[in-house]
Design a binder for this molecule. Structure first.
Ligand SMILES: [Zn+2]
Ligand SMILES: [Zn+2]
Length: 154
């Protein structure tokens, strides 16, 4: 699937929060960590990495929850203030946001190119060995960036 013309938009379930991607994400991948399973209520969540300058909330009020990881790292997570839909996180790496791909108005183009935290995936989840996969956090996100660029040029 080819990339769409940007900007594209997304938002929460109730429509109170709307956002815009000014440009394509740097990558899209699945996260199978226990936190994503709990927050999504699903077996994994789909993450899009956006440069700060390419992501903009155009409408609505969000609320923040600071998630503390076992490592002690605190990750601010942002939700719609009305329906509490999970929209994006702010990772420790400066300059980027991790946006939930399922909140795009149309996610047909946002096909994940990898999987992280496969160690904690549900036993019945099948991981495509052709993708860029890591047992825990990606030690270097650039491998996911390269895979995304290649995926959208083939
Ligand atoms: Zn909402
Ligand atoms: Zn996760």
């Amino acid at each position: 699937m080819a990339l769409p013309e940007f900007p594209v938009e997304g938002g929460c379930q109730c429509g109170a929060v709307r956002y815009r991607l000014r440009a394509a994400p740097l990558t899209v991948y699945n996260c199978h960590c226990k936190d994503c399973q709990r927050f999504s209520g699903a077996a994994w969540s789909i993450s899009m990495i956006l440069r700060d300058e390419d992501f903009e909330v155009t409408f609505g009020q969000t609320v923040r929850y600071d998630r503390k990881a076992a490592s002690g790292n605190v990750t601010p997570m942002n939700f719609c203030a009305h329906c509490y839909g999970w929209l994006w996180n702010v990772p420790a790496t400066p300059g980027i946001k991790v946006v939930r791909a399922g909140t795009l108005d149309n996610m047909d183009w946002a096909e994940p190119v990898g999987n992280i935290w496969t160690d904690s995936r549900a036993a019945w989840v099948k991981i495509d060995p052709e993708l860029v996969n890591f047992p825990k956090q990606a030690p270097d996100r650039r491998l996911l960036f390269v895979a995304w660029t290649r995926h959208n040029h083939d």
